[in-house]
Every structure is written in structure tokens, then in C-alpha cells.
Write a protein that binds this ligand. Sequence first.
Ligand SMILES: [Fe+2]
Ligand SMILES: [Fe+2]
Length: 169
Amino acid sequence: MSFDSKIEAALNAQINNELNASYTYLAMAAYFESEDLPGFAAWFRGHAAEENDHAMKIFDFIYKRDGNVELNGIEKPKAKYGSAKDAVAYALAHEKIVTGQIHEIFSMCNSQKDFGTQNMLHWFLEEQVEEEDLFRRILAQVEATGGNKWYLTQLDNQLERGDTGETAK
Ligand SMILES: [Fe+2]
Ligand SMILES: [Fe+2]
């Protein structure tokens, strides 16, 4: 079965969405650097790299299906946040948007009977569950600081040591 052009277009759009997410998290890393919270900055920088890997997973898949990749422009990311809590809440909301985008393509695969692409997307479905869980945990920890700079610094140290409370995969 040939690669459906609608699915190909949706996957290309998702490459762009993942790169947008990457750029958004890189902007957050810059924000946290400016706030002297290097643990948060490193954490978001790591996530920016992960989102880039996600884009490349789809990039490679498109060529496996004998399709073509067409890269689009990336929007200027939001650079300023009122607080650490605002930034992390924005990141969690962003992950939920990405989950919705993956769900859209997944159901499009149903109607096109493209089960090969659907199978590939299972990895992304699982990843989104993990990501939302992780971001929600970090947000709860940031909220628990009540905006207290000393507590926030302790949390920052924790993130710098790589202790995020992430569920082992
Ligand atoms: Fe992603
Ligand atoms: Fe993500």
C-alpha cells in the first residue's frame, strides 16, 4: 500500500510541531539561565534535545515509507515568563497540545487504514503519557515552593542532579 499523501502531510506537520516544542524548551532554558536556576535550564535544554530526536524519528520514518520530508518555518518561541511556575505550566500545556496532535494523526491512520504508521505512533503515545506525567510532577514540586526563592533553589539543585522523580522506563 502506498504512503497516503494526507498522512505524509500530517507527519511533516508533526516534524514541525516537534521542532517547535524543541525551540520552546530551548527558550525556557534561556529564561531559567537568566533567572540563575541552572538545574531547570539544564533540564529544559535536555528536553529541547529530546524533541529534536522526536522530529528525527518521524523524518526517518517518512523516508522508510518512500515519502518526502518538507521542512517548514519555526515560530519565534515565547521567551518571557512571569515565574518558574508559569514556565513549567506553559510546558505542561504544550505537551498536552502535542498529545492532541499525535492523537489526530493516529485516528487519521485509522480512516486511511495506515496501520504501519499507526504502529510507529505507539511509541509517541507512550512517550506523551510519560512526558505529561513528568511535567505534572515538576509543576507540583514548583507549586510546593510557593514561589519561595530558597525552596526553588533547592529544587533547582535537585534537577541539576537529575533527580526528577521520573518513573523508570
Ligand atoms: Fe515530542
Ligand atoms: Fe515532549
